[in-house]
Design a protein around this ligand. Structure first.
Ligand code: ADE
Length: 232
């Protein structure tokens, strides 16, 4: 998968992308990430890409032309328009289902806004989806883009080494994941639940399912409703 991020802060993307599982996926060429600096497409020698909002109001607006020129530069050699996602607190909320949908694309472009937003006209022209990562406002789209890229990348074939882990997890079946334990058997006086030491696979599965149900009911009753209404 090829991911391009249009941003005023490419280093925020590339620093994050280079580590951990995402870094490994980049090194093994399972995913390619290219951060393009919108400032390089400013039409003035000062690299200025923002201006005052028409109609007044606080803050500055990212201008349409530099964004459009950056977009044109990265898409000019493609034979089909890639899906363009604008990180936007007013957008549709990102979730695991959307992560799966986007993981099926060959090419994605993320557009990160700053200041008071981006001129609506260029958004209307190039953006396919306005996506929010949650009901809070951040200073820019870079962290939300990284959140989405991370969630999408781990669904790509070969990125996770343990083939199981993308399946039995939180959100994949409308239940939160069960608790995990590792050595030592007793830590700070607390033992690992007996059943996990029993070697009885069926009982382990039953216990984990019960734990998942309990945690979901307690922390996410909204998700539990969904679980109940699923055709299981
Ligand atoms: N930009 C600022 N806040 C955001 C959010 N919550 N989601 C996506 N993009 C944003």
């Amino acid at each position: 998968m090829q991911i391009t991020v249009l941003t005023l802060f490419p280093e925020m993307i590339m620093q994050n992308a280079g580590v951990s599982i995402l870094g490994r996926a980049l090194s093994s060429d399972l995913i390619r990430i290219n951060a393009v600096n919108i400032r390089d497409y400013a039409n003035n020698k000062h690299g200025k890409v923002d201006d005052y909002p028409y109609g007044g109001g606080a803050g500055m607006v990212m201008q349409a032309e530099p964004v459009y020129r950056a977009y044109e530069a990265v898409t000019k050699d493609l034979n089909r328009k890639p899906r363009v996602i604008y990180l936007d607190p007013k957008g549709r909320t990102f979730d695991q289902k959307m992560a799966h949908e986007l993981a099926a694309e060959e090419e994605l472009i993320f557009l990160c806004g700053h200041y008071e937003g981006v001129d609506e006209r260029v958004l209307n022209e190039i953006v396919d989806d306005h996506v929010s990562i949650g009901d809070y406002v951040l200073t820019g789209g870079e962290l939300p883009a990284m959140v989405m890229i991370d969630a999408i990348a781990r669904l790509l074939p070969g990125v996770l080494h343990n083939g199981e882990s993308a399946q039995s997890e939180t959100f994949e079946n409308c239940l939160l994941e069960y608790p995990q334990y590792s050595r030592p058997e007793v830590w700070h006086g607390e033992s690992v639940p007996e059943v996990l030491l029993s070697g009885h696979h069926e009982n382990v599965e039953k216990w984990r399912h019960e734990q998942s149900v309990r945690k979901t009911l307690q922390n996410r009753p909204d998700l539990f409703e969904k679980y109940l209404s699923k055709d299981l």
